[in-house]
Design a protein around this ligand. Structure first.
Ligand code: NAP
Length: 303
């Protein structure tokens, strides 16, 4: 029997594990992929207070895991299929191989890159269309690529790709950006990156791999073609809330609704990090959510 089972081993899950472990709670983190979550797709973390020299996301994730292990949190690599008796005092977290009994559950399942919805996107996924510049960027050394989006991810991706691509186009559907000013300035000062604004990607073309994209000007409606061999989609994230949605209240965009204690619509069940309805999705906010969720779960368990 566990005190707290945490579903998801990203920044939120590992922070929750650290806080739960330090409080003497018997804690299990269930992660279906590698621990670290979206941190594993970040080539440098420049805004986590106290962490200098911009480590890559995986290194920071490994340190978080080490810290949680020091306080006896357990980790397992499995996929959760369902939660039985979620309204009971003892809940059962079911994977393909195991049933874990627990007093509290924390959903820290994160978010996934959103699809663009362009013609050819599915066909060329992995053949020139990518959702992770840090994972796939190196395949495009010396080539021309494009990034779609106007948020921090798109700007970070464009800067990363400019290190080894011949040219990077940053395509955004309007003129204003969501990205932070420092990143916008860095892109503006980068000779290898060219903005294509007020534009949407309508079609992705090629034979077996991407060779060009069709772009529509949102003001004039004019269609043009741009030769690129890679298209990096960075248009936001969708909550990884398929499992949670069976049991918990979600907002209209699919994020888990919590109160400020990270309490969900079900007693003894908490949510933390990118999967919950929150105004900011960063490593630091995920870690903060995890700490609050674990503390709330501990109070709940201790009555
Ligand atoms: P985001 O901030 O939600 O930005 C998504 C961008 O994609 C927006 O500019 C949006 O345009 C555009 N977009 C959405 N749907 C589109 C579509 N169908 N076609 C074309 N464009 C579309 O997403 P994000 O950049 O992935 O960032 C997610 C969160 O992670 C944010 O909170 C961000 O701050 C955080 N993050 C932080 C860092 C960092 O601090 N270093 C790095 C990466 C991400 P509109 O603006 O017109 O809506």
């Amino acid at each position: 029997m566990y005190d707290i089972v945490i579903i998801g081993g990203g920044a939120a899950g590992m922070s929750a594990a650290l806080y739960a472990g330090r409080s003497g709670m018997k804690t299990l983190v269930i992660e279906s992929l590698a621990v670290g979550g979206q941190m594993n797709q970040t080539y440098e973390i420049a805004n986590y207070p106290g962490v200098l020299n911009n480590p890559d996301g995986t290194s920071l994730a490994m340190s978080m895991k080490e810290q949680a292990l020091e306080y006896d949190a357990e980790f397992t690599s499995e996929t959760v299929k369902e939660i039985k008796d979620i309204h009971e005092k003892i809940k059962k977290v079911v994977t393909r191989k195991n049933v874990y009994e627990t007093k509290a559950v924390i959903f820290a399942t994160g978010a996934n890159p959103r699809k663009l919805g362009a013609d050819g996107e599915e066909k060329f996924h992995g053949m020139g269309v990518s959702y992770c510049a840090t994972c796939d960027g190196a395949f495009f050394k010396g080539q021309e690529t494009a990034v779609v989006g106007g948020g921090n991810t798109a700007f970070e991706d464009a800067l990363y790709l400019s290190r080894f691509c011949k040219k990077v186009y940053l395509i955004h559907r309007r003129e204003g950006f969501r990205a932070e000013a420092t990143m916008v300035n860095a892109v503006k000062n980068n000779d290898k990156i060219e903005f294509i604004l007020n534009s949407t990607v309508e079609k992705i073309k090629g034979d077996t791999t991407v060779s060009s994209i069709e772009i529509k000007n949102t003001i004039t409606g004019a269609i043009s073609e741009l030769s690129v061999s890679g298209l990096f989609v960075a248009v936001g994230r969708d909550a990884n809330s398929g499992l949670a949605g069976k049991y918990l209240r979600l907002d209209k965009e699919g994020f888990i609704i919590t109160d400020r204690y990270m309490q969900t619509s079900v007693k003894g069940v908490y949510a933390a990090g990118d999967v919950r309805d929150t105004p900011l999705r960063q490593v630091i906010t995920a870690a903060s959510d995890g700490a609050i969720a674990a503390t709330s779960a501990i109070h709940y368990i201790n009555g």
